[in-house]
Design a protein around this ligand. Sequence first.
Ligand SMILES: NC(=O)c1ccc[n+]([C@@H]2O[C@H](COP(=O)([O-])OP(=O)(O)OC[C@H]3O[C@@H](n4cnc5c(N)ncnc54)[C@H](OP(=O)(O)O)[C@@H]3O)[C@@H](O)[C@H]2O)c1
Length: 326
Amino acid sequence: MKAIGVRSFGGPEALEVLALPAPDAGAGEVRIRVLAAAVNPTDTLVRSGAPQVRPFQPPKGPYVPGMDAAGVIDQVGPGADGRLAVGQSVVALVTPYGTNGAYAGQVVVPAESVVAAPVRVSIFAASTLLMNAMTARAALEAAQLSSGDTLLVTGAAGTLGGYVIQLAKQDGLYVIADAKPSDMALVESLGADRIVERGDELGVRVRQLVPQGVPGVVDGALLHDKVIPALAARGRLVTLRARAESASQKVDVRPVRVGDSARRTTELENLVRLAESGVITLRVAQVLPASRAGEAHRRLKVGGLRGRLVLDFSDLDQDPVPLCTR
Ligand SMILES: NC(=O)c1ccc[n+]([C@@H]2O[C@H](COP(=O)([O-])OP(=O)(O)OC[C@H]3O[C@@H](n4cnc5c(N)ncnc54)[C@H](OP(=O)(O)O)[C@@H]3O)[C@@H](O)[C@H]2O)c1
């Protein structure tokens, strides 16, 4: 099969088309013939061998990134969940390891991480759902707020931030979100109750709305210490990327790793239903041929993307796509 990856860790230019042996589904696993893979910030960490991911990867390449796959099941391993069958159109939350990542013609995934693709949604939009929506769900659980409580979301115009806003509103939270002026209409359309301009004065602006500070923050912009002034005493700061503990003893820092939630099948199915009903909005910035993954990584680094870049694997791999049976 063909995949997009790096022989050894490097910059976007290190991404290339690799010819690799097709993996086989083992016990409790399925293999997906990937048609689309979303390009997420974490993929750039896998590509570059960032310290956060290195301990979770084999010592030698090649490495194939990708946590969000959409495609068709083409092999079911022994003992895999009876929900899944060859020919089924699915989405999967992939935990990439070595050459087994979503940027590939075929990827093997535990059956628990695979659910039926949302209906009436393109395969490209479908690929943008699971990884970030599951992270958003886990982040809201970590924030432990009750209906009516106020949540601050940073990086609100981003993919994760958007899902956090939409799921938080469904949970009955009051949502304050940050945005730059050009993103305010977008963030309002996602359902935020109040929008404050992003930047160094964020804490001051939030305190003008909530003088005692907010009880919870989901920090999609990775502001960390800079967002602490917005938090109430003992408020919960949900962080999305591992880093040194905050110097402040006054806040409760709660790191979230989506890998810990990758096998929560019922919640993954629930997220698919929410996407089908429009409660959460799938946003695609652009679909690119998979061979242009390097360009996608460069554009992600520059910032300013609204919606996800998605890699189209339809041309890259010559293996036939199984006939869709359901
Ligand atoms: N721990 C986990 O398991 C996990 C899972 C999923 C995601 N994540 C992480 O969560 C973060 C968000 O992911 P994403 O997919 O939503 O990324 P994204 O789509 O790139 O969104 C990030 C947003 O933050 C904004 N931003 C950047 N710097 C900012 C600042 N100083 N103040 C306010 N906003 C700022 C960006 O705006 P511009 O585009 O204008 O810069 C963008 O709108 C990423 O770092 C990702 O790696 C972690």
